[in-house]
Design a binder for this molecule. Structure first.
Ligand SMILES: Cc1cc2nc3c(=O)[nH]c(=O)nc-3n(C[C@H](O)[C@H](O)[C@H](O)COP(=O)(O)OP(=O)(O)OC[C@H]3O[C@@H](n4cnc5c(N)ncnc54)[C@H](O)[C@@H]3O)c2cc1C
Length: 414
């Protein structure tokens, strides 16, 4: 089977690159072994949130100050503004409605009620553009009885510290109560399936209209809209107050929604998505990768002109650490990591962790290096790249989107 490009990994970076290439008429296969880290995403994307512990207000300006080892610097800081516009367009074309400005971070609210800088937030989720000018004075925080993946007390406290007046209102409906046969059924995913029905939404709207009379804005846990934003729009049309969703603990319906929409769009453009298969090895000739083998197509290697490694960091098994080394398990490409395991972690969960900057080594055109030499038709994108830190710098989704589009350009120009 020969394609123009084969991408290993179907998370945000792999899908974004696949969509951009398929839009330009390229035949693309994505090999996607499992769920992606978007399952943790509460509805926002970050471009650059912090430098040296300080919140970034203008990511585009701050990106220009990053070291050359950072993926943004490899792409060229002067190209990021244009790439952010293209990324927004791609998300909109996929049906993902997000609001935000790459030159001015806004604030997203975590499930714990902490405000964090963000570039884009789903238009139906709570977003604060300016902490000195809140979007509402009095909030009704609607808490679903028996749903434990939203720490309501901490969320309410965090919102109060930001300056909101918050009424915490517990509610349920007969059908949501019946859903709670076991605690595992009271998760965001089952609630969001249930809340696809107009009757179920009508009963929630009745509760809001009865209980949240004093509020300027109603907040609901982000447990609806698994496929798109139509369910929240329907609920909004049934209620008489502005509604916004707030992030919950994982699994995150917002992240699932975005992944479904990107996958759907990629397939609509003619892309081939091998769901549940994994790349296991590659065959190299000279400075080129010729083919990869997958677990399910063991006798049928996937050949292509270009390959993209988008298999994520440790959590997605794109990188592996054993007792002695950090390595990339599929193609054996070079990794930037400390050779001494004692240097990988620091004591204390809140300390900066060296391992979160580890990743595959690339040249300035994002070609993977193998034994120090660039592989001319193999690129790395997203969280598998070294030189950035999604946790400390808040640059994870931005790096995924920017590097995906930059590599698309490099492949198209060839
Ligand atoms: C816990 C957590 C919370 C986060 N929260 C946020 C947030 O709130 N906001 C934000 O902006 N960013 C957040 N991020 C960062 C952001 O989610 C990631 O940086 C970004 O989505 C990474 O996308 P990716 O496609 O590079 O990697 P991943 O999402 O890791 O996707 C890689 C994919 O490759 C697949 N794969 C791995 N090996 C193979 C193989 N051999 N063959 C085939 N497929 C393979 C994996 O199964 C996975 O689906 C968070 C990250 C984590 C870990």
């Amino acid at each position: 089977m020969r394609m123009d490009t084969v991408i290993i990994g179907g998370g945000l970076s792999g899908l974004s690159c696949g969509i951009a290439l398929a839009k330009r008429g390229k035949r693309v296969t994505i090999v996607a072994s499992g769920q992606s880290t978007m399952l943790f995403n509460g509805g926002s994307m970050e471009l650059l949130g912090h430098i040296d512990g300080k919140a970034v207000t203008n990511p585009l300006e701050a990106i220009a100050t990053l070291p050359q080892s950072h993926p943004y610097s490899k792409i060229g800081a002067d190209r990021i503004a244009e790439l952010t516009e293209r990324a927004k367009l791609m998300l909109t074309d996929s049906g993902i409605n997000m609001v935000g400005n790459a030159a001015a971070n806004h604030w997203r609210i975590t499930p714990m009620g902490v405000a964090k800088p963000a570039w884009l937030t789903l238009s139906d989720h709570l977003r604060i553009d300016d902490l000195n000018s809140l979007p509402a004075k009095r909030l009704a925080l609607m808490c679903i009885r028996g749903y434990f993946d939203q720490p309501n007390a901490m969320l309410a406290q965090g919102l109060r510290e930001l300056g909101f007046e918050v009424d915490t209102i517990e509610f349920t409906t007969d059908d949501i109560t019946a859903l709670r046969r076991s605690p595992s059924e009271m998760r965001a995913t089952s609630l969001s399936k249930h809340l696809m029905s107009n009757n179920a939404l009508r009963r929630v709207a009745d509760q809001i209209n009865t209980l949240a009379t004093d509020a300027d804005m109603v907040l609901l846990p982000s447990v609806l809209g698994q496929n798109d934003d139509s369910d929240i729009q329907t609920l909004q049309s049934m209620t008489n107050k502005p509604l916004r969703l707030v992030a919950t603990l994982p699994p995150a319906v917002a992240g699932m929604r975005m992944m479904k929409q990107l996958r759907h769009y990629f397939k609509m453009l003619g892309g081939n998505y091998l769901m549940g298969d994994s790349a296991v090895s590659g065959t190299f000739e000279g400075d080129r990768l010729v083919s990869i083998s997958t677990a399910k197509l063991a006798d049928m290697p996937l050949k292509a002109d270009n390959f993209v490694l988008a298999s994520g960091s440790f959590i997605s098994r794109g990188l592996i650490a054993d007792y002695e080394r950090v390595y990339e398990p599929v193609l054996g490409v070079d990794v930037d990591a400390d050779s001494n395991p004692d240097a990988w972690t620091s004591f204390g969960v809140l300390q900066p962790q060296a391992y979160s900057r580890y990743g595959v080594a690339t040249d300035d055109q994002l070609h993977c290096l193998k034994q120090g030499k660039p592989v001319s038709n193999l690129y790395a994108i997203g969280s598998i790249l070294s030189g950035h830190d999604a946790v400390k710098m808040g640059d994870g989704t931005g790096v995924s989107l920017m590097t995906a589009l930059a590599v698309n350009d490099l492949i198209i120009k060839k």
